[in-house]
Design a protein around this ligand. Structure first.
Ligand code: KIV
Ligand code: ZN
Length: 517
């Protein structure tokens, strides 16, 4: 039996199905590289047959990674499997993940197939996938509401056809931990060592992590999960929670030789990964979220603070540094800091492989920031770096912006934007400052955008904190919303930058997005 827990990350597939979490290709590659650094075993990079954009993202991720296995989801159809195999072809290690529903309700009403027809389709799909790829995972969608007798028919058949991993999803997040435990134990006793058992839980009742842990205790050796628990509806199992449960309670999870049943995760990369995913998707974990929430290590009560000062373990079962929360979060660099100190700081914040051009661009932005902001914090530098290392072609960039209040509640924005070194300016009236800014940009770019979501937050504390704006925009009535980010001391400049970054992102992937209707 496999003596470690394999981590199958589906942030880029199931996680991307979170409302509002769609990402562009550059962002997906950045997350995939960070997931590899985190040490996940398999990265489900998307569902290649679902759109040309997904295909392209998987294909580019396959070209970029070296150690993690790159996986594409595929329905139990030869056409889907062909596209999946093509997308992952450049990867050093690859997996095809094919699935079909096995619960009575899905088979009868969704698939309109008899159980024996489902087995036939599953077997054909796995055989075909195996002819194209050594590693084949088969999922019984809605397994946890399927008849266990039926699973005992379909699972040996797909093993025979070549599946190495059998995934049992609680697709609708319905089960309780003791039920999952009993179910997995019976399947595990039946399958034995013939394949690796995997669990994939949804969080509809807030039990995804507890259910995944119950499954591990009863024989699964792969957990499917996402960073920050992103995912369809209420989300999936949170990777960081499963990993830290195994690490913190290693006394309870043992291999056959009584050593700790661990993962390959470098837990010090958990916090940087969580932050990256939150920055890119604009979906921040709730403050009290376990492990990566803003308050996860904050001790507010006097009694707790007193205990912590006397001995940290009085109230702390994990240390912030275990998950990579940097020790220093105070004032760091200032107006007089030079490039060498800046470079040093970037290194200490964990940014690696920064090119000279990126360093120079980030340093210039840091210097500009020093002119208007008294205290520069680690998070300010992190925010600048995150923007400078996202390689979305800068077709448009912001020049000057002026926003003023007019009579009758209207606002007027006058903006100049650069395109190919040419400065173009225009102005527009709007119902509020944001409306006027976005309308001016639409006039200049001549590309119509519809704002679907707008969020603003401060990166650090203080009246002069940097504002971070995240927008979600549908351009030219296309089927997909694009996310854009902007940071600036001035909220309206950050708004304009975020909208322009969404526009640049849209233009870089326009051909891969289908039209609405
Ligand atoms: O939740 C689910 O059943 C899935 C499968 C496609 C694995 O995401
Ligand atoms: Zn799922």
């Amino acid at each position: 039996m496999q003596e470690y827990i394999k981590i199958f990350d589906t942030t880029l597939r199931d996680g991307e199905q979170s409302p509002g979490a769609s990402m562009n290709i550059e962002e997906k590659i950045k997350i995939a590289l960070q997931l590899e650094k985190l040490g996940v075993d398999v990265i489900e990079a998307g569902f290649a047959a679902s759109s040309p954009g997904d295909f392209e993202a998987i294909n580019q991720i396959a070209q970029s990674l070296s150690s993690a296995s790159v996986c594409s989801l595929a329905r139990a159809l030869e056409s889907d499997i062909d596209v999946a195999a093509k997308a992952i072809a450049p990867a050093h290690h690859k997996t095809i993940h094919t699935f079909i529903a096995t619960s009575p309700i899905h088979m009868e009403f969704k698939l309109k197939l008899k159980p024996e027809e489902v087995i036939k389709k599953a077997v054909n799909a796995v055989k075909y996938a195996k002819s194209l790829c050594q590693d084949v995972e088969f999922s019984c969608e809605d397994a946890l509401r399927s008849d266990i007798g039926f699973l005992k028919e379909i699972l040996p058949a797909v093993i025979e056809a070549g599946a190495n991993t059998l995934n049992l999803p609680d697709t609708v997040g319905y089960r309780l931990p003791h039920e999952i435990g009993t179910f997995i134990k019976e399947i595990h006793n039946f399958i034995g060592d013939r394949a690796i058992l995997s669990i994939h839980c949804h969080n509809d009742l807030g039990l995804a992590v507890a259910n995944s842990i119950a499954a591990i205790q009863n024989g699964v050796r792969q957990v499917e999960c996402t960073i920050n628990g992103l995912g369809e509806r209420a989300g999936n199992t949170a990777l960081e929670e499963v990993v830290m449960i195994l690490k913190t309670r290693k006394d309870l999870f043992l291999t056959s030789t009584n050593s700790a049943l661990d993962t390959h995760i470098n837990t010090k990369e958990i916090y940087p990964t969580s932050k990256l995913v939150a920055d890119i998707t604009g979906i921040r974990p709730q403050p009290n979220k376990a492990i990566v929430g803003k308050n996860a290590f904050a001790h507010e009560s006097g009694i707790h603070q007193d205990g912590m000062l006397k001995h940290p373990q009085t109230y702390e079962i994990m240390r912030p540094c275990d998950i990579g929360i940097p020790e220093s979060n105070g004032l760091i660099l200032g107006k007089h800091s030079g490039k060498a100190a800046f470079k040093d700081k970037i290194k200490s914040l964990g940014f690696e492989g920064i090119s000279d051009a990126e360093l120079l661009a980030a340093f210039e932005r840091f210097k500009v920031l020093c002119d208007s902001k008294k205290e520069i914090f680690d998070d300010d530098i992190r925010a600048i770096l995150s923007e400078e290392t996202l390689h979305i072609p800068q077709i448009f960039s912001l020049g000057i912006i002026q926003v003023s209040a007019c009579s009758s509640g209207k606002y007027c924005a006058a903006i100049s934007i650069y395109k190919d070194e040419n400065e173009v300016s225009d102005s527009a009236l709007g119902n509020g400052a944001v409306d006027s800014v976005l309308k001016s940009i639409d006039r200049i770019s001549q590309i119509q955008g519809h704002l679907q979501d707008y969020k603003v937050e401060s990166i650090t504390s203080g009246k002069d904190a940097l504002a971070k704006v995240v927008v979600k925009v549908v351009f030219e009535n296309k089927s997909r919303a694009i996310i854009g980010h902007g940071i600036d001391i001035d909220t309206m400049s950050a708004t304009a930058k975020a909208y322009i970054s969404a526009l640049n992102s849209y233009l870089s992937m326009k051909d891969l997005i289908s039209n609405n209707a």
